[in-house]
Design a protein around this ligand. Sequence first.
Ligand code: CU
Length: 179
Amino acid sequence: MSRRLVATTLLTVAALALAACGDDGDGGGGAVSVEGAWARTSPAMVNVGAAYMVLESDDGDRLLSASVDPSVAGKVEIHETMMMGGADTTMGDMGAETTMGDMGAETTMAEGGGAMSMQPIDSLELPAGEAVALEPGGYHLMLLQLAEPLESGDTIEITLTFETAGEQTVEAEVRDTAP
Ligand SMILES: [Cu+2]
């Protein structure tokens, strides 16, 4: 009995050690795949921007937060975009700090009728093996308190914090339109 217990313990330790190695960042293990990261150019009068990418985790994970250097933006939030039913719902429950810029950046997407609104979410679930797209009109990373407008051709570094995979830094190209 006790010998089996020891063997099990050793196996567990070995598995943990392997998992830890995988996290060291060579793309194996629990790393989340990040594809096609880009950020939209921001109009000069607006101090918020948005970044997009496709995330996929083999084993399932959760995006907890994102950040950028203070020289890019003061704060990054995970947002989801929602279709609003009525035409008179526009500015309702948005924080004063994000209001104008968010509306400017996002209402252009609402051409099919109906107003769009967005709100911060605490985290973004990444089901195992399922690509989760952050894209215009859907989930996105909101860059608040931009230090300078995002201009086409710029590249910004975004650090993503995942529940399991930990921190991963990606480069996002600033573009006028989706790649
Ligand atoms: Cu947003």
